[in-house]
Design a protein around this ligand. Sequence first.
Ligand SMILES: *Cc1c(COP(=O)(O)O)cnc(C)c1O
Length: 328
Amino acid sequence: MAKLKKQDPKVYAAMLGELKRQQEGMELIASENYVSPAVLEALGSVFTNKYSEGLPGKRYYGGQTYTDVVENLAIERAKKLFGAEHVNVQPLSGCPANMIVYSAILKPGDTVLGMDLSHGGHLSHGHPVTLSAKIYRFVRYKTDETGKIDYEQLEKMAIQEKPKLILAGFSAYTRQLDYQKFKDIAQKVGAITMFDIAHIAGLIAGKAIPNPVPYFDVITTTTHKTLRGPRGGMIMCKQQFAEVIDKAVFPGFQGGPHMNNIAALAVALGEALKPSFKVYAKQIIKNAKVLEQELKKYGFKLMFGGTDNHMVLVDVFSSKGITGIEAE
Ligand SMILES: *Cc1c(COP(=O)(O)O)cnc(C)c1O
């Protein structure tokens, strides 16, 4: 990084500071990860210079010989890794990916049944402060006292509210979902199913938890959490939704894809296909289990009683009378 150091010492110094902070600090943010040097190289590559609106083989700009290669690699690797029928790797991040899917399959005013934010769901699943909540009608299901999703209540709500879309997915939930139950409930009321696997994509890719992709009509994910890729989003779906989703990505919602991200995603997905990634994913869960058990020994109360994934949620207030910020 000699050129950056010379040209812009202020940015360079901040970057070195961040590197040291990441290396020496104790990072306990479950949505973060460390990409490999190869992913970083692809991310900082000449692909950042290129406009590639459209899809491989069908672009609106010339000069796509190599962008097509990397985007096809990313798509093929994602299909193989998750057993997906169709993949779009262009969404710029997780929230845009969700907005894109809503716009592809819903009309303004349609009802969506999603998980409540305060019970583990994500902002982009219709929280009142978001744009999606202004366009669609979100009804939220909750978890019970033990932290389990109450599927009976979910079914009752589905029958009562007749949602066009039933949404699974979470950012602060530590238990395994019953994929089949979501599918059965959706079938009963004729709803489309979507699972936002942003947090757990890497655990699924590493086969450390069951793969939901065959069960759901549409899957959205970020690529930078447990999947250990560059920041970005990805949509996987059944073939019947392929066309509407591709069109909703571009030109519906976005312009040019970020090809350096897509190149880096191809590299990360290549890593996730290796046997070593299975070891990595299993180790993440083992580590979380150890953290869970040790925290319990120290008298911390854990939300949902413990964890089945990479997240450990500590109720620091009722255990120790301090706030989350104080604990951090
Ligand atoms: C992190 C997360 C997102 C948002 O992703 P961004 O890349 O920050 O936009 C969306 N959904 C879920 C479930 C998440 O955990």
